[in-house]
Write a protein that binds this ligand. Structure first.
Ligand SMILES: [Fe+2]
Length: 139
């Protein structure tokens, strides 16, 4: 099992383990996307990494939403909305790569998605974790 970087730990073991795997896939996409995108091999590598990231993102979000529903997290609807936005952004990028629009929309610029995904853990996921663990919200 991949150990999560403490700065991304939200203190709930099951989610930390999933986040660790998720971050690993994000990093794999980031390094593939930073490679040689002008050649076919580079684009295929980025595409594969993004497909794997998308598949795990869907799995992880379903699992997380189930947990939040079990705990009757009051922010569940808003959190689900954020998940849908993130998923849509990843799908859009994958579509762009599939449509060979990477020259129009350089993949490197779209790597902001990876930062956005990680920010989700630090900001949004931390909120539900504090609720579940009975900690006061951050001010
Ligand atoms: Fe989340």
């Amino acid at each position: 099992m991949t150990i999560i970087d403490p700065k991304y730990s939200i203190g709930i073991d099951t989610m930390d383990a999933q986040h660790a795997k998720w971050i690993q896939l994000i990093e794999e996409f980031r390094s593939a996307g930073a490679g040689h995108l002008l050649d076919r091999i580079g684009v295929e590598a980025a595409k594969l990494a993004l497909e794997q990231l998308l598949a795990y993102t869907c799995t992880h979000f379903v699992s997380e939403e189930k947990l939040l529903a079990e705990y009757k997290y009051p922010g569940l609807a808003a959190h689900k909305q954020r998940h849908q936005e993130l998923e849509a952004a990843v799908i859009k990028l994958l579509d762009e790569i599939n449509a060979h629009k990477t020259k129009v929309t350089p993949l490197k610029l779209n790597l902001f998605i990876t930062v956005w995904l990680m920010e989700h853990i630090i900001q949004e996921d931390d909120k539900y974790a504090r609720f579940i663990l009975g900690k006061p919200p951050r001010t």
